[in-house]
Design a protein around this ligand. Sequence first.
Ligand code: ADP
Ligand code: MG
Length: 313
Amino acid sequence: MERQAIEIENLRKTYAARGRMGPKEALKGVDLSIPAGSIFGLLGPNGAGKSTLINILAGLVRKTDGKVTIWGFDQDTNPRHARASIGVMPQELNMDPFFSPRAALEVQAGLYGVPASERWTDEILELVGLTEQAEAYARNLSGGMKRRLLLAKALVHRPQVLVLDEPTAGVDIELRNMLWENVRRLNEEGMTIILTTHYLEEAEAMCDEIAIINRGDLIVRDSTPNLLARMDRKALVVEPEAPPTDAIALPEGVALETRADGRLAFTYSRGKTSPEAVLDAIRAGGIRIRDVATEQPGLEEVFVELTSDRKRA
Ligand code: ADP
Ligand code: MG
């Protein structure tokens, strides 16, 4: 059986009421397993519960209910091993302004009980491109450098699973490319990577599998090729001179839906059917076309559709 890096069962989190805010149910019973060796993308709009999920994995937020297993270690019965198996690059820039990158990594290694002989501080600094700034005060680092340092800190104990919470939100292209390069390289060396991102093209380019969460619920989890296949669907929308009287013989894989406004939407897979074949079928069905349009869902639309509460008519 395929090894799972992370197994999450019925994970729930309700934040306690604060001030005038009532209690907040941030995760409503999430089941998710993430195979070892993959680059896994967690997508969802703001407030979906991504950081909550990730912070529970990191041991920074206490779950309300459910079971979390990291690299085979149950978080409740084996918290030390569970924690040692995962490294997290948090979304927030929180760091001590007086530490240099090198000192910050040494402190972090100490916190994780990494013996001096097993530390790889110089290699990490090199990997994230902070060798020249190794001795600089953290407060003098640029925002991008601070982010690199956050990634570096997540690596000190050589975790099997690396989690990055919106690593590229608001960073420049150069840093983004550097981050993705590092992620790919670490993955090639065997590390399982979990990341959250709003950049859907990036999830598409980077991730083997993608899960989408919205308002604390897991909406979809599929391989990236399968999600892309959904986007391979294209629609030819025809306004007929008159409503069709007989059933239309459709090529295989083409679906017909009559819309509320009387238009006929023929959806087909770009990879399998040509628009010419669809038009031929329409004409052969005796339909006279008053007007025609094409529609093509992008990942954005698939995402919006999957996460919207209202089903499309
Ligand atoms: P995401 O990372 O997907 O944007 P979060 O996990 O940060 O989502 O937040 C999920 C929900 O939980 C949001 O409604 C957020 O306001 C709420 N939330 C997050 N942290 C806290 C907290 N410490 N106390 C109360 N509510 C919180
Ligand atoms: Mg977040």
